[in-house]
Design a protein around this ligand. Structure first.
Ligand code: IMP
Length: 206
């Protein structure tokens, strides 16, 4: 059987592996039906613009870019941290939160700025949000995963990336950075959104 190719509009090999693993774990026959390719796999080296003020807008921008320029069915994700005491910032600016301090895409500087801005905050509640946009067979589907939790005062843990050392999910006593990848995926924003995408592909009519 010819596999249906879907491009995941990311150059992050780790994210692609995560989705491939979730696909075959959900249903091994799905992995036979679909082949997930990354931007690297299709030779796309461009820096795809992400200029929208919303997660969905950014994910759509990335997926549309691949559809228009490479003509593949495609999905893309966008993620950010929303902190209530900061008016849901850094949000779509999560990756570049400390860019105005001369630290572009710098996880440590981002976390330091977050903790500084929250020094006096008594409400420490926050959430990660992932939005995935799938453009397939001329249709657009949107999937969303939210993980609620709180921001602690001092970073803890070495696993994961980004804001993981300061985020404790609700119902847990450890930060994401103190969990294994498997533990994090089972409750994370991205895990939830990806499982919805996989569920959609499983139940999709040919
Ligand atoms: P992206 O859209 O997945 O590239 O994520 C944008 C930014 O949000 C990253 O650069 C990180 O700073 C942050 N981020 C996204 N996902 C996570 C996560 O699972 N843990 C911690 N930080 C994250």
């Amino acid at each position: 059987m010819n596999k249906k190719i879907i491009v995941f509009a990311t150059a992050n090999a780790h994210k692609v592996e995560e989705v491939r693993a979730l696909l075959s774990a959900a249903n091994p026959s799905l992995a036979e039906k679909y082949e997930i390719l990354s931007l690297t796999d299709i030779g796309c080296k461009e820096d795809i613009p992400e200029t929208s003020p919303s997660f969905e807008g950014n994910a759509l921008q990335k997926a549309e870019y691949v559809k228009v320029h490479y003509n593949y069915d495609c999905f893309a994700d966008d993620t950010g941290l929303e902190v209530r005491a900061l008016g849901m910032e850094p949000g779509v600016r999560s990756a570049r939160y400390a860019a105005d301090e001369g630290h572009d895409h710098d996880a440590r500087a981002n976390m330091e700025k977050l903790l500084r801005n929250m020094k006096k905050a008594t409400d420490r509640t926050a959430q990660f949000r992932t939005v995935i946009v799938l453009l397939m067979d001329s249709k657009k589907e949107v999937f969303e995963g939210v993980c609620k939790g709180s921001i602690i005062q001092t970073p803890s843990g070495k696993e994961g990336f980004g804001y993981d050392p300061v985020f404790v999910p609700d119902g847990e006593s450890r930060t994401f950075a103190e969990m294994s990848i498997g533990e994090k995926n089972s409750i994370s924003h991205r895990g939830k959104a990806v499982r919805q995408l996989v569920d959609y592909l499983i139940h999709k009519e040919d």
